[in-house]
Design a protein around this ligand. Sequence first.
Ligand SMILES: [Zn+2]
Length: 245
Amino acid sequence: MLLVLLAAAVGALAGPMLRARIFRHSVPAEQWVRTDCPSCGHRLVPGGWRGLVTVLPPTGRCPGCRERVGPAFGLVEATGAASFAVLALVGGSWLELAAFWWIAAAGVALVFIDVAVHRLPDSLTLSAFAGALVLLGAAALVDDRLSGFGLAVLYGLALAFCYLVLVLVYPAGMGLGDVKLALVLGLALGWFGGVVVVLGAAAGFLLAGLYAAALLVLRRAGRKDSIAHGPAMLGGALVALVVVA
Ligand SMILES: [Zn+2]
């Protein structure tokens, strides 16, 4: 119980930092990153590596002109707290928890970026994969689970391959960002076995369908509009982990 509360606190505290990443990357594909408030030009996120360690207020408003510059008040913090707490419930060693929190931090940023601009930037998906690979690899070494780790990497590659086929067959439905996210989620879910990978992917498609139906009913999207698939993939993975926990 204490660990779950601690996890929620860590997730909430990561919020302002994630807001800076969300702001930085919520740009069209042809633009690399953004640093200044679109309304008043106030520098919100420094360029270069310092942009990775900066924070934006949980209010979601520019300190210069008070205009909205990201998700609403407390939304990123609440999402971070909830996902970190759920992963603490799943349990495991500290190294495993670090691997899953690392993915969750990137995942929370990816959800908001994907909803805003329909993109899953490489700097977040690939850094999530690299970090998870190192941390789960270390956990495998410590706990003598190297064959399980090898299998998890294969599951990651297999799930990414399935998504790649989907993208090639129907390019309007998804993008290469989803393929890279599948690599991360296949690795994470594959750590618990192949059944969990299938469960997570299936839950992801179910959530994507529900999300699309909700957008249609609320008239927030038309039949021809592309719909962000990343949030459903991440949500499906979390659902699968809760089911096996
Ligand atoms: Zn401003």
